[in-house]
Design a protein around this ligand. Structure first.
Ligand SMILES: Cc1cc2nc3c(=O)[nH]c(=O)nc-3n(C[C@H](O)[C@H](O)[C@H](O)COP(=O)(O)O)c2cc1C
Length: 177
């Protein structure tokens, strides 16, 4: 299969996730193309692909505008082929806050009209060493609210890579059926 991966990222964790998906997909013998939705070349022709994975992360309760625009513009083509959504956030990292992570996805689906065949809620990362003052305050508040211990000022990853690998395998299997 030809598999397209389109991602949106603000601090880089979703790029890392998209690259891991690409490695998994090509490791399973498929051709893969990766695009950053924030770049102009994300205007690809979806007809060339038999399956699509879109990944984006949540900031202030919203996914990136670039992936909202991509999903809205291509909703028809996305709905007519196997497609998967990987939604990256802090809320996805804890059982207690997963309903919130699911709400971000529900809003995204309602807004864009794209109904992914499969969705993964995936934990992101904190990068205190890279935030400006505003981001640091927002993240400290969110992290404290969610009880994720990361107040030592360091960086920390909450991404469950095994869950991602399992998800990619299951999606490719369902897409090939
Ligand atoms: C300023 C800021 C706001 C955020 N807002 C939310 C939020 O509302 N809900 C949430 O679950 N995670 C939130 N996060 C966590 C991000 O989704 C997480 O850091 C993710 O790894 C970012 O992915 P990226 O590096 O691809 O941009 C926020 C992070 C930052 C820096």
């Amino acid at each position: 299969m030809n598999v397209l991966i389109v991602y949106g990222t603000t601090e880089g964790q979703t790029r890392k996730i998209a690259e891991r998906v690409a490695k998994d997909v090509s490791g399973r013998g498929h051709a893969v193309e990766v695009h950053d939705a924030g770049e102009s070349d994300a205007n690809v022709d979806l007809n060339a692909f038999q399956a699509v994975v879109v990944a984006g992360s949540v900031h202030q309760e919203q996914h990136q505008k670039a992936i909202k625009n991509f999903a809205t513009a291509h909703s028809k083509q996305l709905n007519s082929r196997p497609s998967a959504f990987v939604s990256v956030s802090f809320s996805a990292a804890l059982e207690d806050t997963r309903p919130e992570a699911q709400r971000y996805v529900d809003q995204f689906v309602e807004l864009t009209g794209w109904q992914p065949r499969m969705t993964l809620l995936l934990g992101g990362a904190v990068r205190f060493t890279e935030y400006d003052y505003f981001q640091e305050q927002v993240v400290k508040f969110i992290v404290m609210k969610r009880g994720l211990a990361a107040d030592d000022g360091g960086d920390r990853e909450f991404t469950d890579w095994n869950a991602l690998d399992g998800f990619v395998g299951a999606f490719l299997k369902s897409a090939a059926d």
